[in-house]
Design a protein around this ligand. Structure first.
Ligand code: NAD
Length: 421
């Protein structure tokens, strides 16, 4: 499968990180092998009756990476590039992300290879329901709890809860079996904003740790979907100046700062930032060349690669997307002294509030928006300071600290359970 990736197979990259961490922790080769492979993997084909009456079959996956620490948790992605290795890598990242945040979960991920722009809303609903029929035997509120990811949203989670509850056939609505649901249907307040809000928290707190006031910084954000859009909104609320953003079509650059609230509203109405202000519009990847203090890649994997790493002027990168920097690009950035707040720390806001949503569903007791955001802020700040302590103790990068922290804890549980030594 490796040759199919234009740049780096994310599974190769995540395995390298597990290996390095296991070695530094003195874990056995058996432990490395145990942690670098998924526990359970389901490959499914999903027949969907299209609006024209013909049936089209889609390929889908659900991967459960490691359930030693608790039920597994992870999003479902609908994208043309979905493939097995990518889903395994994303499931592995989820395990370590939950570990860094001290959540009682292991990691999972799901995906369907599909171009959603070619589906009607009815076809999308049938695909969502068909996918759940296919993976229902291995998910559940105490077993594996999916959530939204790229191109899936709260409405799709609502269809999935409905389908899963019908399939279980016990006359109950199993809210806790999915997170990222609509607020009117068992969702948590502040879940939609959570990943972007978390990116903003990490940026603000990391800058403060470096004795830099966020109000004195300029920021560029690649990707303006759920993560990038809310990250921009909250960074601006904290006082940061966003001078560039991009989406799949173009970039917008303005050294005087872009108005995030207006742009976010425009994006929701038009599904792109293109056309917002044509005078400020540039080629999409011009964003990487912008002179700024902080860069936030919030689009997809492998955004920063060998061919553009040298262009980057930012001194700090806060990763909103999963795996946005390839290993060879990271080596260049490390050499240049760029500080990276890694994905499994910076974008964990989504899974934190998904955990809060699950807890609220299980208790049938719901919290206010402010309560959720205060709890999220505390959890992320605590995690950041734990990673900073580990970094300075071991003289390692923040990414290495995150993997070591997470793997040390997980390996302990795996040994306690007698699953590996
Ligand atoms: P999304 O579909 O809402 O948004 C993706 C954005 O990236 C869109 O604005 C799209 O136009 C843009 N984009 C795509 N290709 C691009 C390119 N080459 N250059 C610039 N922009 C490009 O997805 P999302 O939910 O915001 O997720 C983004 C990333 O964050 C993914 O890596 C996802 O796995 C990760 N993530 C998401 C969540 C979550 O809660 N949504 C949580 C953790 C991690």
């Amino acid at each position: 499968m490796t040759h199919e990736f234009k740049t780096e197979n994310p599974l190769v990259s995540v395995k390298k990180k597990i290996k390095t961490a296991c070695k530094s922790l003195g874990e056995t080769k058996e432990m490395y092998l145990h942690l670098s492979q998924p526990e359970r993997m389901l490959e499914v084909s999903i027949p969907v009756k299209m609006d024209n009456g013909l049936t089209k079959t889609f390929k889908g996956y659900r991967v459960q990476h490691n359930g030693s620490a608790g039920p597994t948790k992870g999003g479902i992605r609908f994208h043309t590039d979905v493939q097995r290795d990518e889903v395994i890598a994303l499931a592995s990242w989820m395990t370590f992300k939950c570990g860094v945040m001290d959540l009682p979960y292991g990691g999972a991920k799901g995906g369907v290879k599909v171009d959603v722009s070619k589906l009607s809303v009815f076809e999308l609903e049938r695909l969502a329901r068909g996918y759940i029929q296919a993976i229902a035997p291995i998910i559940g509120e105490r077993r594996d709890i999916p959530a939204p990811d790229v191109n899936t949203n709260a409405q799709i989670m609502a269809w999935m809860v409905d389908e899963y509850s019908n399939l279980r056939g016990i006359g109950q609505t199993l809210f806790a079996s999915f997170t990222g649901k609509p607020v009117e249907f068992g969702g948590s307040l502040a879940r939609n904003e959570a990943t972007g809000y978390g990116v903003a928290i990490m940026m603000k707190e990391f800058l403060e740790h470096k004795t830099i006031n966020i109000s004195d910084t300029t920021i560029a954000i690649q990707g303006f979907g759920n993560v990038g859009g809310y990250a921009g909104t909250y960074i601006q609320q904290f006082g940061g100046k966003i001078i560039a953003v991009s989406d799949a079509q173009c970039s917008l650059i303005d050294n005087d700062g872009l108005d995030m609230q207006k742009l976010h509203k425009y994006y929701h109405e038009h599904n792109t930032i293109s056309g917002y202000d044509p005078k400020k519009e540039h080629d999409r990847d011009e964003l990487f060349k912008v002179e700024c203090d902080v860069l936030c890649p919030c689009a997809l994997e492998n955004a920063i690669r060998l061919d553009n790493a040298e262009d980057i002027k930012a001194k700090i990168i806060v990763e909103g997307a999963n795996g946005p920097i390839t290993s060879d690009a990271e080596a260049i950035l490390n050499e240049k002294g760029v500080l990276i707040v890694p994905d499994i720390l910076a974008n964990a806001g989504g899974v934190i509030v998904s955990y809060f949503e699950w807890v609220q569903n299980l208790h049938n007791y719901y919290w206010s928006f402010e309560e959720v955001q205060i709890k999220q802020y505390q959890k992320m700040k605590e995690a950041l300071y734990k990673m900073l302590a580990m970094m300075s103790e071991k003289q390692i990068t923040m990414r290495e600290a995150c993997y070591m922290y997470s793997i040390r804890k997980l390996a302990k549980v795996v040994k306690l359970r007698g699953r590996c030594n």
